[in-house]
Design a protein. Structure first.
Length: 382
């Protein structure tokens, strides 16, 4: 008996190809994550709650510093205020290492306000004395912290620098203080010049604290006012400068890819604020989780959970009318604080203790009465 040879028609071939394509796509959908996820390498010297950290740099340093402080890591954040440029950051590091107080000769008086080109405007004051008190108080505290810190986190914001005329010092300023651009010369700082400035600052810090570990990162905040192309060039310069530092000081410096996590991992405007420039809270939390996995010691995971729960308890605002329930809540939290003190004797919980004791002693807003005139907070003695 002869067997007929079945030759697929062109339509049949298309159906076979389509079936193979569908099977291939199904296989891909089951195995692919459809994302380019970044898994930063583990730090050679991860952070614990018994360590001390100093964070200096752009507003992204403030974001990460706030999280570390919330979770009770001993942390000092931006003693000069927010600063973006690597040359200005290098100069700040050298000043911290020397601990030399600022003098009135280093200040500027403009329209009745005194300021420093090394500092953020939050230090500005109506008199030179007030300005120097604020500046030198934080300098002294941070200089002391530097000598005991285990980790220094440096966040680089932009390579575009604003330089004063030579008759005014010729320095790249940390903050322009809303002066007209005509007072400065704006220029891109090359990668090696940026690395040189930070290198000198890190060396000075290492002289007063040889065990200091440095974590470098580039801020994911885009400096859009400089322009799209100019911002990309700036970030490229900073990335090269950070790489150069890691190559020069491999046992001292590490790099954490916060910029790459936003640009190559998240890659979506839903992770930005309404200005489309600053990462939003979801993005910041995601970067923190990657940072925790990379830079924080895994033995700190339990403490992080404990202190996260504590922070949520402090932020809690009871709306119950039951005074006894609020009293029980405060007493319960004080009991938990006592347990946490025994578990983590090296962590300062004085602020939280004062909060819950004040809740018991002075009363708390229990509920809100809404009326025609608006909301009224009712204080109830507990």
């Amino acid at each position: 008996m002869k067997m007929a040879l079945m030759i697929p028609t062109s339509t049949g071939m298309q159906q076979v190809q389509r079936a193979g394509y569908v099977a291939q796509r199904l296989m891909v959908s089951r195995t692919a994550s459809f994302r380019t996820e970044i898994q930063p390498p583990r730090s050679t010297r991860p952070l614990c709650h018994s360590d001390r950290s100093l964070l200096i740099g752009s507003c992204f340093s403030e974001n990460m510093g706030a999280i570390l402080q919330r979770l009770k890591f001993p942390t000092t954040v931006n003693p000069f205020g927010i600063s973006y440029h690597p040359v200005a950051l290098g100069r700040c590091l050298e000043r911290l290492a020397s601990a030399k107080p600022y003098t009135q000769e280093e200040l500027q008086e403009v329209d009745g306000m005194w300021l420093s080109f090394d500092h953020h405007s939050r230090f500005n004051a109506p008199t030179a004395e007030e300005c120097l008190v604020g500046i030198n108080s934080e300098l002294a505290t941070a200089a002391e912290e530097l000598r005991h810190a285990t980790h220094l986190f440096l966040t680089l914001g932009t390579a575009w620098g604003y330089t004063l005329p030579m008759e005014e010092g010729g320095q790249v300023v940390a903050n322009c203080h809303r002066f007209p651009s005509s007072r400065f010369t704006k220029a891109m700082t090359p990668p090696f010049a940026a690395a040189d400035s930070l290198f000198e600052g890190i060396l000075r810090c290492s002289e007063v604290n040889p065990d200091l570990q440095v974590v470098l990162t580039v801020s994911p905040v885009r400096h859009w006012r400089d322009g799209a192309v100019e911002n990309s060039r700036s970030k490229a310069s900073l990335l090269l400068a950070a790489h150069e530092l890691v190559c020069r000081l491999p046992d001292k410096c590490e790099y954490f890819p916060s910029y790459e996590i936003v640009v190559d991992d998240l890659r979506d405007y839903r992770f930005f604020e309404a200005d489309m420039v600053h990462p939003n809270g979801v993005a910041v939390d995601y970067i923190w989780e990657r940072m925790r996995e990379s830079v924080v010691h895994e033995s700190a995971d339990e403490a992080i959970r404990d202190f996260d729960a504590l922070a949520k308890a402090v932020a809690h605002r009871p709306r119950s009318r039951d005074v006894a329930a609020v009293s029980a809540f405060a007493k319960g939290q004080l009991g938990k604080l006592a347990s946490l003190r025994m578990k983590y004797p090296y962590v300062d919980l004085a602020v939280e203790d004062a909060h819950f004791r004040s809740m018991l002693e002075h009363g708390i807003t229990l509920y809100t009465l809404s009326g025609a005139a608006g909301s009224v907070d009712v204080q109830v003695k507990v």
